[in-house]
Write a protein that binds this ligand. Structure first.
Ligand code: MG
Length: 148
């Protein structure tokens, strides 16, 4: 399986009953030579914000929703994602009620991101800038080279 241009199967090693991944520093992950189709995967925070604003006006008919509503909405989506992860884990360890298909988790992860942006929208937070700053702060804190 190739995700983000990385051949995860080639990088995968099994340690006990767990799969671990090893990506060597200075490999394709760092030299930007891997084949990643940015245009087909591109989604920016500005587009999401504009769509979220338009849909909020459409959905809530202009009403201002409380921060607690938004928080519960986010928590609900996180719970839905965790439920999907639980089912994937059931499959991984071989007990009933599991599933291998990640499409449900894909949807819930998307709902989480949409919900996060709705909170940021209500509070006037530039999420793209905030993510860039926080990502770089964490890299700096732990001495990692990768920056946004
Ligand atoms: Mg959902």
């Amino acid at each position: 399986m190739t995700v983000s241009g990385i051949d995860w199967n080639a990088a995968k090693r099994t340690r006990g009953n767990r799969d671990v991944f090893s990506i060597k520093p200075d490999s394709h992950y760092f030299d930007n030579s891997f084949d990643w189709d940015w245009k087909s995967h591109h989604m920016d925070f500005g587009k999401l914000r504009a769509a979220n604003l338009n849909r909020h006006i459409e959905w809530a008919e202009g009403r201002e929703l409380s921060l607690s509503f938004r928080g519960v909405e986010l928590a609900g989506e996180v719970g839905e994602a965790c439920n999907e992860i639980k089912k994937l884990e059931r499959h991984r360890i071989g007990i009933v009620g599991g599933k291998e298909d990640v499409s449900g988790l894909r949807e819930e992860l998307s709902d989480i991101l949409i919900s996060v942006d709705l909170i940021a929208m209500d509070l006037g937070i530039d999420l793209g800038e905030a993510v860039r700053e926080k990502f770089n702060q964490t890299s700096e804190k732990y001495g990692l080279r990768t920056r946004l």
